[in-house]
Design a protein around this ligand. Structure first.
Ligand code: NDP
Ligand code: MG
Length: 383
């Protein structure tokens, strides 16, 4: 039986790479659902190739364009944010690949879990905003949440077969981004074009900026806390500019396992979609001679303040990671519009974390409120 997949965010960096995986393994996978926000033309093209049961265009103004283009096919067309969340309920879906960006992934994630759909999760912001709720719901509904983020896929792969063996700590590797080794005076004038030039990975704009500020690694620390049930003190970050060791687990006996491979997101996507099996691929193979030295260094936490802000949010708990995430979303959008400088990103996050009311035990509704309140406050400061 083929696995029937819903790809939420099909037109993005992860979504298109997931479709490459599906294209190469049409004997294993069938596309059931595709969704996009604004990119109607790519969504239409994908739908005509993969012939899903349904597509959703989140931007309602583009509904008629998509509907008309697909009128000759037996494909249901829906529009709007609510439909993106609801579409995961479809009986025929076996696995949901959540590749939306930012907070927009939260509601579909919760809905997918409630409807007992296996979740391949790329959208780390969901775990940052509501990690505890996601984990509780996944346990209650016996749903597996499979990481797609390369570091978390690495940790997950290192843990296979280890059952209850105690983990002492994990090391999340980070490339360091385009500004590794740079200091504040340099960063004060950098523009988005430079920040968008990631040395090793080609990704969507938001995560590329997040990688440049190192907030991405901070978000990943929070993501790891929930995926692997670790204490913040058990999660360390190490800069590894070559990006071939995707992360490491240190066990209670001091032994360390690492997962390696070329920096290619198709690998963790493929692993999550096929889990627990390993299926042969034709992806380019790693050549040791191309990497005569693998290096490691400590992150510069003074210059890249976002990493510590994320640890602070995680240690504080409650709605603080939600505040961190929402303020970062506003800051990144403003930076991409040339409204603020690079160093104002941590500044804005800091201000929001110090201002928005703290809630120790937020439920889903409280987190929705915190998100809204933070967005409004952050925008008021900026605009
Ligand atoms: P992209 O920006 O490339 O793609 C995002 C996708 O989601 C697009 O299909 C976009 O549609 C859609 N989308 C965006 N906003 C909304 C919204 N409000 N409602 C509905 N759909 C929306 O992002 P990436 O693929 O880079 O990243 C996706 C997630 O995966 C992020 O959480 C990121 O942190 C994570 N991730 C990404 C990696 C990568 O290599 N790219 C690596 C590890 C994690 P449209 O195209 O129409 O705008
Ligand atoms: Mg990552």
């Amino acid at each position: 039986m083929k696995k029937r997949i819903a790809i939420l965010g099909a037109t993005g960096s992860i979504g298109t790479q997931a479709l490459e995986v599906v294209r190469a393994h049409s004997d294993l996978f069938e596309v059931e659902v595709l969704t996009a926000q604004n990119n109607a033309s790519l969504l239409i093209k994908q739908a005509l190739e993969f012939l899903p049961n349904a597509v959703v265009i989140a931007n309602e103004q583009l509904y008629s364009e998509v509907k008309e283009a697909l009128s000759g096919e037996d494909i249901k067309v829906f529009a709007g944010d609510e439909s993106v969340s609801q579409i995961v309920e479809m009986e025929s879906i076996d696995i949901v690949l959540l590749a939306l960006v930012g907070y927009s992934g939260l509601k579909p994630a919760i809905n997918a879990i409630k409807h007992k759909k296996r979740l391949a999760l790329a959208n780390k912001e969901t775990l940052v905003v509501a990690g505890e709720i996601i984990v509780e719901n996944a346990l209650a509904n016996r749903v597996q949440v499979l990481p797609v983020d390369s570091e978390h896929s690495a940790i997950f792969q290192c843990l296979v077969g280890e059952y209850a063996n105690p983990v002492e700590k994990i090391y999340l590797t980070a490339s360091g981004g385009p500004f590794r080794g740079k200091r504040r005076d340099y960063l004060s004038t950098v523009k988005k074009e430079e920040a968008l030039r990631h040395p090793n990975w080609s990704m969507g704009c938001k995560i590329t900026i997040d990688s440049a500020t190192l907030v991405n690694k901070g978000l990943e620390v929070i993501e790891a806390r929930w995926l692997f049930d670790l204490q913040p003190s058990q999660i360390d970050v190490i800069i590894h500019p070559q990006s071939v060791i995707h992360s490491l687990v240190q066990f209670c006996d001091g032994s360390i396992k690492a997962q390696m491979g070329l920096p290619d997101m198709k690998l963790p996507i493929h692993y999550a979609l096929n889990y627990p099996d390993r299926v042969k691929t034709n992806f380019e193979r790693f050549n040791f001679a191309d990497y005569p030295s693998l290096t490691f260094e400590k992150p510069d936490r003074e210059t890249f303040e976002c990493l510590d802000l994320a640890y602070m949010a995680l240690n504080k708990g409650g709605n603080m990671p939600c505040i961190l995430n929402a303020s970062n979303e506003v800051a990144v959008e403003a930076f991409l519009k040339d409204k603020i400088g690079f160093l104002q990103i941590p500044e804005l996050i800091n201000k929001c974390m110090n201002t928005i009311s703290f809630v120790e035990k937020p439920n889903y509704e409280t987190l929705v409120e915190t998100h809204k309140e933070t967005i409004t406050f952050a925008k008021k400061i900026l605009y």
